[in-house]
Design a protein around this ligand. Structure first.
Ligand code: SF4
Length: 362
């Protein structure tokens, strides 16, 4: 076998697995059967039950038995919190090296959505974010990203047999466009109709404004949804909340967004409303000016307080929303759902690592 570094079977795409198995004389037909067993079946351990041709079964046994060089990504659930309405389940997952990440399953309005992490910690340092306050630890591998979707799908089937996980948001821990290659590799498997089969247009990639990543995403043929966290209508206002604005200033970010719009795809702008900082109607008016000519949808999100930031949630969301709507931009004011399960990314991990005293009640 040609793979040298220990990797997860989930790090490999269909073509790569095919190449690995071609050397053992295994046909494409049987490779596809393995692929279906990995991703179409809701419970991956069916692999261990056998049923493959002997050479393929030997390879599978090696993987299932964690023989080198391949293993399976199966993060351990360290902690699970459920919202009081039972519709949000948040998981703290331990990876093979002991690092922890968060995955959330949300079931609202007939939509089943998983929110997954792409890094352990985050390098972007947004001041109001528990993950940003934690700092960057490492990127996730494709397999670690995919395994969160498999876990969310299993969690959904536990409570609603027969239901499908159709929506995915990359809004958990980490900045997806800072881990571009691994994210794109994972999404290839996640969107493969013969794999997990979530449609690209049902997948939202959220960025805080990594300009090179937005430009690369504009070249991506799959129509993923792009969500840009803006939070400020001037460079100064934005920089105070999002330090990475120093690297990619607001004007450069908006140019990248305009370029992205040439693909014909809408951009979703996320706006965390912080009382007294970015929630006035004047700010909303400036935002309207910034978005001129862009096919934009604005999502307003009340701040989830974190221990490391003294901002408070705004009550001015409706007035802000009216300004955007009057200017012709679709604008939604998000409900603070899941607020009783440490809803903001990184908050559950912070609670578990440092104790509940580190987090304010929501
Ligand atoms: S909001 Fe997103 S990009 Fe900013 S620090 Fe948190 S995880 Fe990173």
């Amino acid at each position: 076998m040609s793979i040298v570094a220990p990797r997860s079977i989930h790090d490999l795409g269909l073509a790569e697995i095919g190449r690995e198995l071609a050397g053992a004389g295994i046909s494409v037909f049987h490779v596809k059967a393995l692929w279906r067993a990995l991703y179409r079946e809701p419970v991956v351990p069916r692999l261990a039950e056998g049923g493959f041709l002997p050479p393929l079964q030997r390879w599978v046994d090696q993987v299932v038995g964690e023989g080198k060089p391949l293993f399976r990504d199966e993060p351990e659930v360290v902690e699970e919190l459920r919202s009081s309405d039972g519709l949000t389940r948040k998981f703290l997952l331990r990876l093979r090296d002991g690092q922890t990440i968060e995955t959330v399953l949300m079931r609202y309005d007939g939509r089943n959505t998983a929110c997954i992490s792409t890094q352990v910690g985050c390098a972007m340092g947004c001041v109001f974010c528990a993950t940003g306050q934690m700092g960057f630890r490492r990127h996730l591998r494709p397999g670690e990203i995919i395994s969160q979707v498999l876990l969310a799908r299993r969690a959904l089937l536990e409570v609603q047999p027969g239901q499908k996980l159709r929506n995915l948001v990359l809004m958990g821990m980490g900045e997806p466009l800072h881990n571009f290659e691994a994210v794109m590799a994972a999404l290839e498997t996640i969107t493969d109709p013969a794999g997990i089969g979530i449609g690209p247009s049902k997948i939202s990639i959220s960025t805080v404004g990594v300009v090179p990543g937005i430009l690369r995403l504009a070249e991506e043929p799959r129509p993923y949804r792009l969500a840009v966290s803006l939070h400020g209508s001037t460079q100064q206002e934005r920089h105070a909340l999002v330090p990475v604005a120093g690297k990619w200033p607001l004007a450069e970010l908006m140019d990248a967004c305009r370029h992205y719009c040439t693909t014909g795809r809408r951009i979703f702008f996320e706006w965390t409303l912080v009382a007294g900082k970015n929630d006035s109607v004047e700010v909303a008016g400036r935002l309207v000016g910034l978005l001129h000519g862009i096919d934009a949808h604005v999502n307003l999100i009340p701040l989830n307080p974190t221990a490391g930031f003294d901002g408070t949630a705004s009550r001015a969301g409706h007035a802000f929303q009216q300004v955007l709507r009057a200017a012709g931009f679709p604008c939604t004011l998000r409900q603070r759902r899941g607020i009783d399960v440490a809803a903001g990314c990184g908050q559950l991990q912070t609670v578990v690592e440092k104790g509940p005293g580190q987090q304010r009640g929501h």
